[in-house]
Design a protein around this ligand. Structure first.
Ligand code: NAP
Length: 250
C-alpha cells in the first residue's frame, strides 16, 4: 500500500516502538493515529508528535470498537493499516524455589492472564475489527503484528512466549482467511530493542542478554520500523514473520 493512501492505527503508541512507528508513518506522508492505556503518555505523545491519540485498552472488546470509530472519524475514513504493537511483560519462573528456605512459589495465574489478554486477545480484537470494517466497505487493508524473538521460547516467559508464538501463528491463520478480501497480515519479531520495556531490565542482566547477539548490541526502534514499512508497502507479502534480531537465536 502506498504511504499516501495509509490511514494507520498504532496500538501502544505512547511509548517505545509504538511512538517511533507513529512518528515514522507521519514522516512518510501517511495519516496516523495511536492508542494507549497510559493516559498521561497519550496526551504527552499527542502533543509531541502532533498526532491524534486515544486512551483505549486493546484487551477490551467495547473499547476496541469505539477506538476504530474514533480513529475513522479523526482520519476521515476507516483504518486500513493496523499495527498491533501494544504489549506488556510480567516475567517469572513457572515454579520458583527459594534458595535459602527451599519454599516453592508458583507463578501467579493473574500474571499469565494479564499478558495473554494484552499481547494476544488485544491483537485478535483489533484484527477482527479491522477485517470486519474493511470487508464491509470492500477496501484493502494491512495488519502488522509485533511478535517477538521470545516466540521460540524463553526462560521465565511462559506467558509472553505463548502470546507471541500465538500471534505469529495467527498471522498465518488471518492471512489465509483474509487474503481473498484483499487483506494482508504480516508480523515482525524483534530481538532486544532499546525501549522502556528493555531499559527496565537491570543493566547486568541486559549485558548478559546482549552478549550472544551476533551484531553485539540492542536494536533501535527505527530499525524495526524498516520491517513494518516493508510489510505495509510490499503487496505480495502476507502470512509471514520478519525477524529483526541482530542474528540472535534463543
Ligand atoms: P513499551 O515501551 O512498554 O510500550 C508499550 C506501550 O503499550 C506502553 O505505553 C503500554 O502502556 C502500552 N499498553 C500496555 N497495555 C496496553 C493495553 N492493554 N492497551 C493499549 N496499550 C497498552 O514497549 P516496547 O518495548 O516499545 O514494545 C512494543 C511491542 O514490541 C510489544 O508488543 C513488545 O512485546 C514487543 N517487543 C519488544 C521488544 C523490545 O526489546 N523492546 C522485543 C520484542 C518484541 P504502559 O506503559 O502503561 O503499560
Amino acid at each position: 500500500m502506498k504511504m499516501n493512501k495509509v490511514r494507520a492505527l498504532v496500538t501502544g503508541g505512547a511509548s517505545g516502538m509504538g511512538t517511533c512507528f507513529t512518528e515514522q508513518f507521519k514522516a512518510a506522508g501517511a495519516q496516523v493515529v495511536f492508542c494507549d492505556v497510559n493516559v498521561e503518555g497519550v496526551s504527552a505523545t499527542q502533543d509531541a508528535l502532533g498526532v491524534p491519540g486515544f486512551v483505549a485498552d486493546v484487551s477490551d472488546e467495547e473499547q476496541v470498537a469505539a477506538l476504530f470509530e474514533q480513529a475513522a472519524f479523526a482520519m476521515g475514513g476507516p483504518v486500513n493499516v493496523l499495527v498491533n504493537n501494544a504489549g506488556i511483560i510480567r516475567d517469572g519462573l513457572l515454579i520458583k524455589k527459594d534458595r535459602e528456605t527451599g519454599a516453592l512459589k508458583p507463578f501467579p495465574k493473574s500474571k499469565w492472564d494479564q499478558v495473554l489478554a494484552v499481547n494476544l486477545t488485544g491483537p485478535f480484537l483489533c484484527m477482527r475489527e479491522l477485517a470486519h470494517r474493511a470487508i464491509e466497505s470492500d477496501v484493502p487493508a494491512v495488519c502488522v503484528n509485533i511478535s517477538s524473538i521470545s516466540k521460540a521460547g524463553a526462560r521465565g516467559q511462559s506467558n509472553y512466549a505463548a502470546a507471541k508464538a500465538g500471534l505469529a501463528a495467527d498471522t498465518v491463520v488471518w492471512a489465509q482467511e483474509l487474503g481473498r478480501y484483499g487483506i494482508r497480515v504480516g508480523a515482525v519479531a524483534p530481538g532486544f530493542v532499546r525501549t522502556p520495556m528493555v531499559e527496565s531490565v537491570p543493566a547486568h542482566v541486559l549485558e548478559k542478554l546482549v552478549k550472544p547477539v551476533p551484531l553485539g548490541r540492542v536494536g533501535e526502534p527505527e530499525e524495526i520500523w524498516e520491517a513494518v514499512r516493508f510489510i505495509v508497502s510490499c503487496e505480495y507479502f502476507s502470512g509471514r514473520v520478519v525477524e529483526v534480531d541482530g542474528g540472535l537465536r534463543i
